[in-house]
Design a protein around this ligand. Structure first.
Ligand SMILES: Nc1nc2c(ncn2[C@@H]2O[C@H](COP(=O)(O)OP(=O)(O)OP(=O)(O)O)[C@@H](O)[C@H]2O)c(=O)[nH]1
Ligand SMILES: [Mg+2]
Length: 307
């Protein structure tokens, strides 16, 4: 390294902040809001995020906060490979990070109980790295309850700091980002300044379709589903700037196929339209999206299919 580079790197700060919490706490909503773009999908259903996703944020020219969005933490059902892998990925994200941000849905009446096991597990490695608490969804609750909730959480664990935020309304995010920035270790930036995620476009495209499926399907069904982008080709119609994307929806059960297709194919059509529109927005070009459904019983035992 030249003297010049050394001086410059000496002023740079970069670190990983793991965003962990119970399913549905608002982790992905928060990471997207901080980055100002969709890097991770969001639905009202639990267990939306299946793997770690990086959201990379520049703070000025010399600081880079790498947020690690993680799957929700819960107790996996015995013998359920997907659930076990998701929860392990989340804890691994926390263990590898410089700092942990626990997101709790403060609008739940049982907020503390709901997070007790997670906090217990954090206590086992207390002192290893700072743990911050973000009480989320404050747009849904009165301030008095919030202060009490904050106090109860802090009696259970010595959080470095407690933030009260609404990821959805983007309330309280800037002071939190500034406080997190202050904890970053010194070191060179690990990603190019304009990179916002580590997820390849083909994978994000599959995630967007999975999000639309989660939004269009009923309760239990989405958990048996994975989406894979099989091909991504520039359109052959010269000059249109369109891209042709083909995706396979995998489902573990025969009986699910007609539910995904819907009456006369209506459901898969609605999913395809919603996914295409969002992809066109992101890519800034026309998209020709084709979706297929395949029954693949064992996909849940193949970790390559988890995202
Ligand atoms: N009212 C309100 N809703 C929120 C807020 N943050 C997130 N949500 C909603 O909570 C639901 C779950 O949000 P996600 O961001 O998918 O939650 P998650 O923690 O990533 O969930 P998993 O990936 O399943 O663990 C969505 O319907 C969000 O719109 C908030 O600040 N206020
Ligand atoms: Mg999520």
């Amino acid at each position: 390294m030249t003297d010049d580079a050394q001086t410059r790197h000496g002023q740079e700060r970069c670190g990983f902040i793991a965003v962990i919490g119970a399913p549905n706490a608002g982790k992905s909503t928060l990471v997207n809001a901080l980055i100002g773009a969709k890097v991770s999908i969001v639905t009202p259903k639990v267990q939306t995020t299946r793997n770690r996703v990086l959201g990379i944020m520049m703070r000025g020219a010399a600081s880079q906060i790498v947020f690690v969005d993680t799957p929700g933490l819960f107790t996996p059902r015995g013998g359920h490979a997907l659930e076990k892998t998701m929860v392990e990925a989340a804890w691994q994200g926390a263990d590898d990070a410089d700092c942990v941000l626990l997101i709790a849905d403060a609008s739940r009446r049982d907020a503390l109980e709901h997070n007790r096991e997670i906090i217990q597990r954090l206590s086992e490695t207390a002192g290893r790295r700072p743990v911050f608490l973000a009480l989320n969804k404050i747009d849904k609750i009165p301030r008095e309850t919030l202060l009490k909730t904050a106090q109860k959480f802090n009696e259970l664990y010595p959080f470095a700091q407690t933030f009260m935020i609404s990821a959805l309304k983007e309330d309280g995010l800037e002071p939190m980002a500034a406080a997190l920035e202050a904890t970053l270790p010194e070191g060179p930036l690990l990603f190019p300044e304009d990179q916002i995620s580590d997820m390849p476009m083909r994978m994000l495209a599959a995630e967007i379709t999975r999000e639309k499926l989660f939004l269009n399907l009923h309760k239990e069904l989405p958990y048996g589903i994975a989406v894979v982008t099989e091909s991504w080709e520039e359109s052959t119609d010269a000059g249109t700037g369109a891209v042709a994307i083909r995706q396979m929806i995998l489902t573990s059960r025969d009986a699910h196929k007609p539910m995904i297709l819907g009456k006369g194919g209506a459901r898969i059509k609605a999913v395809g339209i919603a996914a295409r529109k969002e992809l066109e927005d992101i890519l800034g070009r026309r998209v020709n999206l084709r979706l297929f459904v395949k029954v693949e019983e064992k996909w849940q035992h193949d970790p390559a299919r988890y995202i």
